[in-house]
Design a protein around this ligand. Sequence first.
Ligand SMILES: NC(=O)c1ccc[n+]([C@@H]2O[C@H](COP(=O)([O-])OP(=O)(O)OC[C@H]3O[C@@H](n4cnc5c(N)ncnc54)[C@H](OP(=O)(O)O)[C@@H]3O)[C@@H](O)[C@H]2O)c1
Length: 300
Amino acid sequence: MTARPRTSGPRIALFGANGQLGQDLSALAATRGLDLIALRRPMFDAADRAGLDAALADLDFDIAINSVAVTRVDDCETDPAPAVAVNAHFAQTLARACARKSARLVQVSTDYVFGGQTSRAPLDEAAAPAPINVYGETKLQGETLAREAHDDVIVARVASLFGVAGASGKGGNFVETMIRFGRERGALKVVADQMMSPTSSRDAAEAILDLIKVEAEPGVYHVVNSGAASWHGFASAIIDRAGVAATVSPIPTSEFPTPARRPPYSVLANAKLEKALGRSMPAWQDALDRYLTAKGHRPT
Ligand SMILES: NC(=O)c1ccc[n+]([C@@H]2O[C@H](COP(=O)([O-])OP(=O)(O)OC[C@H]3O[C@@H](n4cnc5c(N)ncnc54)[C@H](OP(=O)(O)O)[C@@H]3O)[C@@H](O)[C@H]2O)c1
């Protein structure tokens, strides 16, 4: 990781710049004229704990955004070690480095810290986490370890992301998968008993940069588009709004077994975020329309 001359304004170090959210963060920062260092592999390996301390000490920044994660939820269940190293321990290492530099840390986290709770009302930041899979457990550990190591941490919980870059860990995103399968098969079956907060990674990136801009209080923020949907409801909207000739039938989770359990309910309330930003978050349907237009998926 090399040094580069300072410009005016705080310098942001973005870890995970090659990811779905990371690419939107990088692009937006450029649009806003922010001083952002985009860090990606092979410039650093988040799993290489021994080499990280020296590399981070040499890096000159005022704010770090940690958008690095092992995101293949089913792989985490069968092989937890990479998720423990990256999702939990890298967050701690980076938070310690930020504490030494008096730099703010924005730790990106997930709605999958929930799932085991009985409540079926939108979850605010005071709700007790209850992860039900290894990915969620390691992301929650990352939140906790980062906040224990440093007192200036913003935990930005995002959810069910769709962005033009597609998740590098998953090789795409749900929107693209539904459009492709819809065109190929003409009939889709999608789980209808898991409720979540579909969120554009572009809108999440805007909100994260705005939290930095307004110098929001440290703590947890639910950074999601407004509204909620089941995966079936989300898929139906995608197929409808993209003008794909396909049917979308609801199925229960029991008909789509996966190695990792998924939260039956992880809808996040974003009122705290909206208050901090002084604006409302767009509805996910609006975000979806903008995404489909950007990708050329809207019917003419
Ligand atoms: N995608 C979602 O639906 C979703 C939902 C809730 C929360 N989140 C959270 O949002 C954040 C961003 O996710 P995303 O959708 O942008 O995922 P992503 O596209 O998979 O990005 C994750 C990034 O982490 C990097 N990474 C993984 N292991 C690494 C390592 N050992 N060393 C260095 N870099 C490493 C990846 O690098 P490579 O590109 O080189 O593989 C990738 O660029 C994560 O914190 C994730 O937990 C995502």
